[in-house]
Design a protein around this ligand. Sequence first.
Ligand SMILES: C[S@@+](CC[C@H](N)C(=O)[O-])C[C@H]1O[C@@H](n2cnc3c(N)ncnc32)[C@H](O)[C@@H]1O
Length: 225
Amino acid sequence: MLHLTPRLAAVTDAVKPCGCVADIGTDHAYVPIRLLQEGKVSRAIAADIHKQPLENARRSVERYGLEDRVELRLSDGLQNICAGEAQTIIIAGMGGEQIAEMLDNTLWLRQKGIQLVLQPMTHSEDVRRALRENGFFKMTETTVAEGRRIYLVISAAWDDTKKPRVTAGSDYIGALRPHEVETDRLFLQNVLRRLQTKADALREKGDRQAAALNEIIREVSDACR
Ligand SMILES: C[S@@+](CC[C@H](N)C(=O)[O-])C[C@H]1O[C@@H](n2cnc3c(N)ncnc32)[C@H](O)[C@@H]1O
């Protein structure tokens, strides 16, 4: 069986069994391959915006003899994936802003029976904002250590309820449990460092937004304590 690093293993672990998965920004296609090997899905669409990553995917798929079960597809985000083609959508290894934009712009994702598995490399608060505002609820948030980095995996589904932002910092903290889970605490400490760097830069420029950030910083800092 294909061996995955802890980050990608956390992504595949979050996927619930279904018929077809679409992996957006697939590159090597390791995630769909592993899901097929585990028997969690019976078919996969491995999509990427660039030809070279799809070529990487093609080689991996051939190596594991899964050509008849993986369709390689050129697609900018979910643009070339149609409603009903896949029940689980994975978007891993991309920036949170980019993932949020895809969630904001892909209307057909808003239907019952679709699972989203999202692994933002940055700006997880943007992903939480997009999920909230577009009527999704988070089923799980998991953090995982790989080397010196901590990664976040969010699993979500749609229930057509737009959720208000709870507090200024709630999209930064999400459902993480820093007092119970060490990697959650480490992840939030990284978020805090990023916020502090941004607030320092804004303060130096005399930008008034620094004050708004202070409220978020206080909240995230309290959550980590
Ligand atoms: C860092 S790799 C992540 C690969 C894999 N998903 C993972 O998590 O290891 C990012 C991949 O996303 C692809 N990508 C970037 N923007 C994209 C977009 N708008 N639509 C589809 N794929 C995109 C890139 O070509 C690249 O192959």
